[in-house]
Design a protein around this ligand. Sequence first.
Ligand code: FAD
Length: 510
Amino acid sequence: MFIDARTLADRTLFKSDIAVIGGGPAGITLARGFANRATEVCLIEAGGLEPDTATQALYQGENAGIEYPLSSSRLHWFGGSSNHWGGYCRPLDPIDFEGRDWVPHSGWPFGIEELAPYYPLASEIVEIAPAHFADQAYWQKATEEVLPDPVTGRMQVRYVHFSPPTRFGSRYGPELERASNIEVLLHANVVNIAATAGARAVTHLGIRTLNGRNHQVQAKVYVLASGGLENARLLLSSNDVVQTGLGNQNDLVGRFFMEHPHLSGFGEAVFAELKRLPKVYRERVVVDGRAVKAAFNPSARFLRERRLLNATFMLGLAGQYSREDASDSERSVAHTDMLKAARHFLADESGSIDAEVPPPLGYWLGMGCACEQVPNPDSRVMLAEDRDALGLRRIRLDWRLTEQDRRSLVEHMRSLAMELGALGIGRMLLKIADDGVWPEKVSGGSHHMGTTRMHDDPKRGVVDRNARVHGVDNLYIAGSSVFPTAGAANPTLTLVALTLRLADHLRAQL
Ligand SMILES: Cc1cc2nc3c(=O)[nH]c(=O)nc-3n(C[C@H](O)[C@H](O)[C@H](O)COP(=O)(O)OP(=O)(O)OC[C@H]3O[C@@H](n4cnc5c(N)ncnc54)[C@H](O)[C@@H]3O)c2cc1C
C-alpha cells in the first residue's frame, strides 16, 4: 500500500517489524526481500512518485573540498538515484576485498566469496542476467570477433553490462504496492533516529513532511538506506542521545568518503584500422538484447607488484583521421608520428604498404577512466550550520584526493598505453601532465561510498560484518556507505548484492 504522509492526521504512529529509511535501490531491494511474508515492513521515502523541486532542494549542501554537485548527483524521490543512473554494472574484483599493506584502511571483513552467491540475483534485479563479466571466450563466441587477450600482464579485459537501466521505483513499486505486508510512506522525511538512553537501541523514527506534519514509525528493526551521503547525515543529525551523532562514538561517521574519480580527455589512441580494435572494445554491443562493453582494468598481479590502486578504463571511437584534413588539422599534425608508428603493424603483416594507394589515415579513440581512491579519514561528510526547509543541518562535504591516488592513476594510464601498443591496436598519446597535482577536470561518478564503513572493530568501522551499527542492537545500514574500499567498479550491483545478504541475515533474526 502507498500512503502519502502529507495527508495523514498530524502525529500518526506507524508500527511494523522492519522500518526501512529510503526507497532507492537499497531500500526497495530490502523491502522486496520480505514481500508477502509474515514480517511487516514500513518503507519510508522522502519523495513521491515524481520529482519535486522542494524535496530535491533538501539535498543541497556545501563543499569544503573538491567542488562536488551535492544535489544533481542524487535524486530525492521514490526509486532514488536509479531514476537517472547510467546502468553500468560490474562486480568488485577479488583484490578489492583484501587488506593491502599499501592501501591504508583497506580490507573488508570478508572476501568476495561471501558476496559471490548474491551477484547472480543482484544481476537479475538490475536486469542484466545472465552476466558474464570476465568470460572472454563467451564474448568471443557471442560477438563473433577475435578478442585479443592483453599481453603485458598489466591489464585484463572485463565486461561491463548495462542495465536497461532499471528504474527501481517504477519497476518494483507496483510489487511493493500489492504486497499485503508492506506499507510505503511517501513524502515522509525521516528527520531523527531516536534511541534509548544508552543508545543501545533505536526506539522510533521522527518523520516530518514539507506541509508541516510530524509522524512516528516504531519497529523492531531499522534499516538506514537513504544513500551514501544521507546515511551519514542522518546519523550525525540524530544527536539527542549521543552528542556527536548516533553510532558516532568513535568519530567515524561521515569519514572516509570515497568517489570514483573520473577523468576523460587524458589521452587519445591513434590507430590505423578499425578492424584492429574489436567492436566490443570501443562501443556497446547488444547480444541477446543485453548491452555490454569491454573495459581494461589492471590485473591483481600488477596491482600487487606495483602497489597500486584499482582502476577501470573504457575506450570509445572519437573520430576519423582523413587525408583531406591532414595538412591543416591541429589534431592530425599532432598525430602524424603516432599514426606512422601505428601503421607499422600493417606493414609488418602485409610485408609492405603500397605507397601509391595509401590506406585511410586512421582513427582516434577517446578514453575515460574511473579509479579507486585510498580510504581517507579526512575526506568526509560533516554537517553545515545552514539548515534545510525541515530544520535539518545541511551536508558539508570535504571530498579529498591524495598524491597516492594520482600516482596510481598516472601509472595505469602508462600501462594502458603500453597495452594498446603491445596488442598492435595503436599508439596512445598521453595528455596528462605528471606534475604532482590533480587535473582540474576531475569529477566523481555520483558514487557515494565509505561514510559508514564496515569493519569488525568498532574503532575502525561504523557497522559490523552484518551491516549492524556497532553498539546499537537494532539499526542496520544498506548501501554503498558501508563499503570500506571502493574498488573501481560502479557500486550499484554490489550494493544490491550486499542488501540481499542483509535481507537474508534479517530473515534469520526475525
Ligand atoms: C547521474 C547518475 C548516474 C549513475 N550511474 C551509475 C551507473 O552507471 N552504475 C552504478 O552502479 N551506479 C550509478 N549511479 C549511482 C547509483 O544511482 C547509486 O549507487 C544508487 O542509486 C544508490 O542506491 P541507494 O538506494 O543506496 O541510494 P539512493 O539511490 O540515493 O536512494 C536513497 C533514497 O532514500 C530517500 N531518502 C533520502 N533521505 C531520506 C530521508 N531522510 N527520509 C526518507 N527517505 C530518504 C531518497 O529520496 C532516495 O529515494 C549513478 C548515479 C547518478 C546520480
